[in-house]
Design a protein around this ligand. Structure first.
Ligand code: SF4
Ligand code: SF4
Length: 275
């Protein structure tokens, strides 16, 4: 049973336990209000324990968004086995880095070594390429800088270290950035050599960003790392990755980040009204 669980209906707790605490919350996404609750046992947990719940919440938001798209007679083109986007820049939060490591440690030793070696190989290629000077221009805002970085990364055509024979070998525990990237355009437009830009589906609440902010609140240091730099990140932060926090602190930080994100986004889109 996961340490922190997401219940998909307010007040409904799947696993009865007299000490389990349930906190209801709402997310306004895909033009509707989605109701959830988080339940947890009041005991020390690690940041990585938050990831299965975050993945579940992200999936619920992605599903609601997909349904909304289908209602407007459009179709999401993404499906398992489609890999043209697997050479894009994938930032992951520290919580996801710790979780992916834990999952990789469950694999046979040979596979673990192969995956970490593959990350190191991609990381070395990344380091060999200089960042474009425009990224450092003081006139760029954060969003423009991120877009420049993503375009630069895409141009490098570095396949993700976890892509093996055109399949994601960590699919069940892939990063939120991969889960929350959906398009309605043809997959051929996702190829880096395509002259046309793919048509990305806007997901109104990106749990990848909420989780990164949660980590920032709790750890007080950098909130994301590029996927191929995972082994180096883990090596430099081994103590930090095993830190224990009261479950209540982790859940409060997550809900606080979610509320901040929603408020920022709400202000940016000019205030849609919840129904
Ligand atoms: S983003 Fe493009 S390449 Fe990636 S799964 Fe979707 S359609 Fe396929
Ligand atoms: S983690 Fe998996 S889904 Fe994500 S980019 Fe890598 S291979 Fe693709």
């Amino acid at each position: 049973m996961p340490a922190i669980m997401l219940d998909d209906r307010q007040g409904y707790t799947r696993q009865y336990d007299p000490f389990r605490v349930t906190v209801p919350f709402e997310v306004f996404a895909a033009e509707r209000t989605l109701r959830f609750s988080i339940s947890y046992l009041p005991r020390p947990v690690m940041l990585s324990d938050l990831v299965p719940m975050a993945n579940q919440l992200s999936q619920a938001i992605v599903d609601a968004t997909s349904r909304r798209i289908e209602e407007s007679d459009c179709r999401i083109s993404c499906q398992k086995g489609c890999d043209a986007c697997c050479s894009y820049m994938i930032p992951i939060s520290p919580a996801e880095a710790y979780r992916i490591r834990n999952e990789i440690y469950k694999l046979p030793t040979v596979e673990q070594k192969t995956l970490f070696r593959s990350c190191q190989h991609t990381a070395r290629q990344l380091i060999d390429h200089k960042l474009p000077g425009t990224v450092f221009s003081p006139t760029q805002d954060q969003e423009e800088r991120l877009e420049l970085l993503s375009d630069w990364y895409k141009e490098l055509k570095l396949p993700c270290p976890f892509l093996v024979h055109h399949a994601c070998c960590i699919y069940e525990f892939r990063p939120l950035a991969c889960r929350e990237y959906l398009v309605t355009s043809h997959p051929s437009k996702c190829r880096s050599e395509s002259n046309e830009r793919s048509k990305r589906v806007p997901i109104s609440v990106q749990i990848a960003e909420v989780l990164a902010e949660t980590c920032h609140i709790l750890e007080g240091c950098e909130s994301s790392v590029l996927l191929p730099l995972l082994p180096a990140f883990l090596q430099n932060n081994s103590q930090r990755s095993w830190a224990l926090y009261p479950a209540e602190t982790i859940v409060s930080a997550f809900l606080e980040s979610l509320a901040d994100y929603t408020q920022r986004n709400f202000a940016m889109v000019g205030g849609e009204s919840a129904q």
